[in-house]
Design a protein around this ligand. Sequence first.
Ligand code: ASP
Length: 343
Amino acid sequence: MSGTLVRYTRYLIAALVIAFIVASSPVRAEEEKPMVKYALVIHGGAGKIDQARMTAELETAYHEMLLAALKAGQTVLANGGTSLDAIIAAIVPMEDSLLFNAGKGAVFTNAGTNELDASIMDGKTLQAGAVAGVMRVKNPILLARAVMDISPHVMLQGDGADTFAEENGLEMVEQDYFYTERRWKQLEILRGNDKTGRLLDPLDEKFGTVGAVALDVHGNLAAATSTGGTANKRWGRVGDSPIIGAGTYANNRSCGVSGTGDGEYFIRATVASSICHLVEYKGLSLEEAATAVVMEQLVQMGGSGGIISLDKDGNVALIFNSESMFRGWVKAGQDPVTSIYKD
Ligand code: ASP
């Protein structure tokens, strides 16, 4: 009788010890950590702001527009939509806004035209689409998506790209759709015709490219960028924004990145793919990788600008070596945040 009691007592103690070990094991602690179900980061360009001339109204307008873009993308992600659809949903309103150097608000070339660039990449399939120097499509990011989805190519440029847009039913506009007084004045100053040297807004002439990176509930990353390029550009100049690996990159194995800044430097530093490769092959955290490329390599080369990025676990890195970067981010279960200056 007492032998049986001793045996039961031993079983009971063993069971209690096992229950304690299971309850306190790191695996269980990991399971209890709230998972990032989705995440979205956006930017509206990097550069220099003349803070003495930045009005509270203009600042509010930028915050509101960034918030509207974040919410549009977040709605897609919260309903189980794809990261590709979310970044498109976030970028289209920024292309349609006067505030950014993309779509409607694009800068002028030296010839007085508007030539737009955009790209998109799917981190799951490594499919990509890009357009450069388009002049008639209303939303270049939709054209980049169409190039990826329904053409056999990755990159189309100039009139051919616009023709492809038209043939596939995208909304087309005349060049004067892109006219804004602010950008025209900027061009006249850069061309030396306007001697006042006084821009109509407090942002430097490069500011305003837009981009987005998303991680969806299916675990897929995607990234996209859209721009009017640099003001007063000549000879069919193309920057980094439509170049996969330079301005845009996404790979589920590592991260998604969209950049903004001096395109000539971003191209030579292959900024977007370098960050993801440092994550994948060197085991750096996203923050470490983005810092190495943007704050070390680009700075050494003399390139100014920044990036927004997300890794496959939903970690966020928003890094810029310029004075400011319009940016915003949101994760499942959290309120969206927008920011302009250094924190
Ligand atoms: N990276 C863009 C370009 O060089 C400009 C920008 O991001 O502001 O075309």
